[in-house]
Design a protein around this ligand. Structure first.
Ligand code: SF4
Ligand code: SF4
Length: 466
């Protein structure tokens, strides 16, 4: 000891590497993956740019005069493929969510994390927009993608300016999904001093985009996104994964002398670490299936490049499955391949049936609080009820209410005209003669009719009496 005592001296060094993005002292290990230009990368780039075009276009597209996607949280309305889900559509929303989750389960069981590697906006924007720009401004040095050491300061400044402009564009696109393109264009054209709220939201979203793509990066997949953590339950041994062929690759060993001479007992892996240096999450695919693997196929491209150079068949790292790698047999048909589609079919059919039978308004009967009935001065029985109605139309609508049997009288204690897309509660009083009650009840039907669409809803209920 030389008198200076660092806190690091007290730390125990782990025997094995703990996290791909942590240095031994616990600080962040910055990842600068090497670019591997193989067949998968070229295909992913085409898919990636097509998806970016789709992500940008989607909030602008209309179907039946409505946005294809609008997740209007402030007004509690979700528009999906032109159909508006209102807060009262609990069943529809539950069915929609269930069908989305089941589809994710099915796709993951079949294709593994193909979404993470090929379709997720985080991967697509990071690998095909931000990372190429970074490489352009900072260059690369050595065998990995580490930025060049001799980058003039102004290039870094310009890089962050470009990041900022891009993040602002991304923030606008992202918010368009939640506020719609009409409101977005208002926000863009308004002065920030007159409308500080929208300006603040936009500035905050831009800041978050910048933070994510310039700083947080792979940490979003590793720490924040829950999907990777569900991988162990969603995948099975026959799901498609990016896998290292251990049987072919091991025992790994350095390439001796000139290419392509390999030791006879040696596997095909020449331990060049290119698959690790190219990995955007910093892992070694040769350690097996890992939560951090986003199945981006960069390691497969890197290894194919090496195999070609040493005259070996490509595909040492490839799309395969755990069982196929270990036993050589790929089993496609298994229980979840039948169970998930069957459940999806049932849930989606229920969703479509319920949407097809939706009326232009929703009506729910609620019993008034307090006593179930009272007797008025004329000796008639009065039941207090309420009817909660939601007008789904884009225009004002008036509702008509009637009750059966005719011996009952319905008194409406409020206005039945409703503003467009408004919800309201209409108080009702049902009046009945004492003699009409049998065992203290009368079976009744309240029918609500829209004057605009003539849609009709019948609600069965019990009128209570002495
Ligand atoms: S790139 Fe291929 S050969 Fe090189 S270490 Fe990875 S698996 Fe082995
Ligand atoms: S291990 Fe391979 S497929 Fe998985 S994230 Fe790393 S480079 Fe992508």
């Amino acid at each position: 000891m030389n008198g200076k005592h660092s806190i690091n001296d007290d730390l125990l060094t782990p025997d094995e590497h703990v996290l791909s993005t942590l240095e031994a002292d616990g600080s962040r290990r910055w990842l600068y993956p090497r670019l591997s230009l193989g067949k998968f990368w070229h295909a992913r780039r085409i898919v990636g740019y097509a998806l970016i075009a789709l992500f940008v276009a989607l909030p602008h597209l209309r179907i039946f005069g409505k946005p294809v996607v609008l997740l209007d949280i402030t007004h509690r309305e979700f528009t999906i493929f032109g159909y508006v889900f209102l807060p009262s559509d609990t069943l529809l929303l539950a069915l929609l969510m269930l069908s989305v989750f089941l589809t994710i389960f099915l796709l993951t069981a079949l294709l593994g994390r193909v979404w993470c590697g090929w379709g997720c906006p985080q991967t697509v924007y990071m690998e095909f927009v931000y990372r190429p720009i970074e490489r352009f401004f900072l260059g690369t040095s050595g065998k990995g993608g580490v930025p060049s050491k001799k980058v003039p300061g102004y290039r870094r400044v310009v890089l962050y300016l470009v990041y900022f402009v891009l993040s602002m564009g991304l923030a606008h696109t992202f918010l368009a999904y939640f506020i719609g393109t009409e409101r977005l264009s208002q926000w863009v054209t308004q002065s920030p001093f007159e409308h500080p709220g929208p300006f603040f939201v936009m500035a905050l979203t831009t800041g978050l985009m910048m933070f994510d793509f310039a700083f947080f990066r792979e940490q979003l997949c590793l720490i924040a996104c829950p999907y990777g953590r569900f991988q162990s339950v969603l995948l099975d041994r026959n799901s498609l994964i990016v896998a290292y062929d251990t049987k072919r690759g091991e025992p790994r060993g350095k390439l001796h002398h000139e290419l392509p001479v390999l030791d006879e007992k040696q596997g095909d892996c020449i331990d060049c670490h290119l698959c690790v240096r190219t990995c955007p999450t910093g892992i070694d695919i040769r350690d097996g299936l890992q939560m951090e693997c986003i199945h981006c196929t960069q390691c497969a491209d890197a290894c194919d490049e090496i195999m070609t150079r040493i005259g070996k068949p490509t595909g040492l790292i490839r799309y395969s499955s755990q069982d196929a790698i270990e036993t050589g047999k790929q089993k496609f048909l298994r229980a979840r391949v039948f169970v998930y589609p069957t459940l999806i079919l049932i849930v989606v059919s229920a969703l479509i049936y319920n949407i097809a039978n939706k009326k232009s308004f929703d009506a729910t009967l609620i019993r008034g609080s307090g006593l179930p009935f009272s007797v008025n001065q004329q000796g008639l029985v009065e039941d207090q009820l309420k009817i909660k109605v939601v007008n789904r139309l884009e225009t004002e609508d008036t509702l008509q209410l009637k009750i059966e049997p005719d011996s009952l009288e319905l008194k409406i204690d409020g206005d039945t005209t409703m503003a467009a897309k408004a919800s309201d509660t209409i108080p009702l009083v049902v009046i009945a003669k004492r003699s009409d009650f049998q065992f203290g009840k009368i079976g009744a039907t309240i029918t609500v009719t829209s004057q605009t669409t003539k849609d009709e809803r019948s609600i069965r209920c019990q009128i209570f009496g002495p």
